[in-house]
Design a protein around this ligand. Structure first.
Ligand code: ZN
Length: 683
């Protein structure tokens, strides 16, 4: 293959300084052709099936396709341009079609089965055996056993679903970017923090306008909802936010209503073709949880424990809003504002006050110190081509100086970048021909950029987000598995994937971690101990409300993919009816009729969390329980850290998550630590 196309250069990390939209189609052409040829060879090989003639050649070819396509997908998410989006969407269907073909290739399926039945299978290590079993499972779920006619339809359904998911995301991004509120009267912005105003002022100037430009991107939206004294302004922003990409807001072509219906209909059809009653049944096959009923029972048990706490939280907030803020009726756009005021009154600090103590350089140094101490590794800045001048690149090296992995850190929100925070793999670890290919990760956040020549400052929540994404990153980077498909986060059950990330969040509540990573942006003084104690006291402020909100989303998702049936009547017949039923059961805060949050619920309609949103809570049980070993040994315990690295992070998907957990913790998971961390049982 020619290396004139930078997407076809696999000698190292992606050449982000050279990749352009015009490279995408020729690169994908070449890689798909190569992959098809490799599949053909592996599938038609007449010699007995071996690791070297089935798995190895495919792994090499697919690794290249994944790396190149991964770079394109990443660029489209972080520096989207019309050209890139067109190149991405134009090739998405072809790439999806290739994988669907692969998953349905009966000849290849037969080769895997032959390998599974061969005497050599008994000699494979756990990782290789796990990979082969995963592949066989995925063949079945990919439609390999379907009769021809059903197979063609199944493929069509998969391709349409991929297109619909991309459209769902595009609609949300377009609707978010198009929404703007220009404010000329400064009095209307009373209460909004100064740094948010500076950014809003700069954004208006960039549009050639006077005044301030408010947007629905998180670094603007959230502080306005928390601090703006103008109730009308909050209501306008709230309505804009919860009606994005819906029949209640934005251009009609961005309305996700029919996209949602079509996605659900096609998911159900795919499940039916595979012989399952519901999409939830399909989704749960490769997960840790065994059935929709088990998940629903788990969520409802938590909901029953949390709801009294949520009701107490809400009653307190309503009473406070009436007596202290003169708000007789607490509206949804008052909740964040009143909460912030109540929190400030009760614990006498605000997120904005805390934020001034968390500057980006100190936070990163503190985060790196935790990682270096518990895992015995070093992190050092290095150089590599990047897609935006604010992106940084780092290396992880072991005690003996050996390279472990590398990662990109893209911290700031900007136009053309998808919202939220996430980790994605750039390169997966694998061994071939006696060499090790080191893992590389993308860590992406949407934090506030530095303004006015000062370092960026983060709220404590944003610090937690950063720790969270690094948890995913370390799962990807600290793997010792050389087998493709089960190294790093590959092959890890969805409902266990948040274990390492949520685990990392706990460190943000330890004084010995927080003190050294804080320094006031103006004075350099560390976070005062008394302020930290108040933050700690406030930690479980409204934890009941937060938990029932997560449970509402998780139940909605699971019921949407199990109980929802447009052919029936009653409470499960439309997505909206399902949501209403869930809200009656668990929600505490009423929402306006125009609320269309589901139209931007990308996790479930565009991401991989369909019938899987419960994973956050499921994994939180695991992560809280895992962290309790650090509470027992000392939070920066290298002994506990080594064991976590060896038994959980290093193993990746090479064995079931429950086995890794038990090997680390010495027993099955318990719910107690999660309840204790949320203030729902006595410690
Ligand atoms: Zn996560």
């Amino acid at each position: 293959m020619s290396t004139a196309n930078p997407l076809l250069d696999f000698s190292g990390v992606p050449r982000f300084d050279a990749i352009e939209a015009r490279h995408v189609t020729p690169a994908i052409d070449a890689l798909l052709a190569d992959a098809r040829e490799t599949v053909e060879r592996a599938a038609t090989e007449t010699a007995p099936a071996t690791w070297d003639n089935v798995i190895e050649p495919l792994a090499q070819s697919l690794d290249h396709l994944d790396r190149a396509w991964g770079a394109v997908r990443h660029l489209n998410a972080v520096v989207s341009t019309p050209e890139l989006r067109e190149a991405y969407n134009g090739n998405l269907q072809r790439v999806t079609a290739f994988y669907t073909d692969l998953a349905q290739d009966l000849r290849l399926y037969a080769r895997y089965r032959a390998l599974r039945a061969s005497p050599s299978f008994a000699t494979f290590d756990a990782a290789r055996a796990q990979l082969i079993d995963n592949e066989l499972r995925d063949f079945r779920l990919g439609g390999a056993e379907l009769p021809d006619e059903a197979k063609a339809r199944f493929k069509e359904v998969q391709e349409t679903l991929a297109t619909l998911s991309a459209r769902f995301d595009d609609n949300v991004l377009d609707a978010t970017n198009a929404w703007a509120l220009y404010v000329d009267d400064e009095r209307e912005l009373a209460g909004v923090p100064q740094d948010v105003l500076s950014e809003a002022r700069a954004a208006a100037q960039a549009d050639g306008r006077s005044g301030w430009k408010l947007t629905l991107r998180m670094p603007c939206y959230l502080p306005v909802m928390q601090y703006a004294e103008s109730r009308g302004l909050r209501e306008t922003m709230h309505r804009g936010h919860v009606t994005r990409a819906s029949d209640e807001g934005g251009k009609p072509e961005w309305d996700n209503t029919s996209t949602i219906d079509d996605i659900l209909k096609l998911r159900r059809e795919a499940a039916t073709l595979l012989g399952y009653a519901t999409y939830a049944d399909v989704s749960l096959v490769p997960k840790m949880a065994q059935s929709a009923d088990e998940v629903l029972a788990f969520l409802r048990d938590l909901a029953a424990r949390a709801k009294p706490f949520a009701q107490r939280d809400y009653a307190e907030l309503t009473a406070f809003a009436r007596t202290d803020l003169g708000l007789d009726k607490l509206e949804p756009w008052d909740v964040a504002y009143a909460s912030e005021k109540l929190k400030a009154k009760r614990y006498s600090f605000s997120e904005q006050e805390v934020r001034h103590y968390f500057t980006e350089p100190k936070v990163l140094a503190g985060l790196f110190r935790v990682i270096e101490t518990i895992y015995g590794i070093r992190i050092r800045e290095a150089s590599a081509p990047v897609w935006h001048p604010t992106v940084r690149f780092y290396e992880l090296v072991d005690r003996d100086g050996a390279l472990v992995g590398q990662f990109y850190l893209d911290n700031y929100a900007r136009p053309g970048k998808q919202g939220g925070a996430w980790m994605d793999d750039a390169i997966n670890r694998r061994g071939f021909q006696g060499r090790t290919q080191h893992p590389v990760a993308y860590i992406t956040c949407n934090l506030s950029a530095p303004v006015d020549g000062k370092p960026a400052t983060f709220t404590h929540d944003e610090v937690i987000t950063l720790f969270h994404e690094f948890g995913h990153g370390l799962h990807q980077l600290l793997t010792r598995v050389d087998v493709p498909g089960v190294s790093g986060i590959e092959g890890v059950e969805w409902d266990a994937v948040e274990l390492p990330s949520q685990f990392m969040e706990n460190f943000c509540w330890e004084w010995q971690v927080v003190e050294p990573m804080s320094a006031h942006v103006d004075t350099g003084a560390p976070l005062p101990r008394a302020l930290f104690e108040r933050m700690l006291a406030a930690k479980n402020f409204q934890s009941g409300l937060a938990m029932v909100r997560q449970l509402e989303l998780a139940l909605f998702d699971m019921l949407l993919h199990s109980a929802y049936d447009p052919r029936g009547g009653g409470q499960w017949s439309t997505p909206r009816a399902v949501l209403d039923a869930v809200r009656r059961e668990v929600a505490v805060i009423p929402r306006p009729d125009y609320d269309r949050f589901m139209h931007s619920f990308g996790h479930v309609f565009a991401g991989g969390y369909a019938a899987g949103y419960y994973s956050y809570k499921w994994a939180e049980v695991l992560s809280a329980d895992a962290y309790s070993l650090f509470e027992e040994h000392g939070v920066l315990s290298a002994v506990a850290g080594q064991r976590f690295r060896d038994e959980v992070l290093a193993r990746g998907g090479s064995r079931p998550a429950i086995e890794s957990f038990v090997a680390f913790r010495g027993r099955a998971p318990r719910i107690d630590a999660l309840l204790r961390h949320n203030g729902m049982i006595e410690s």
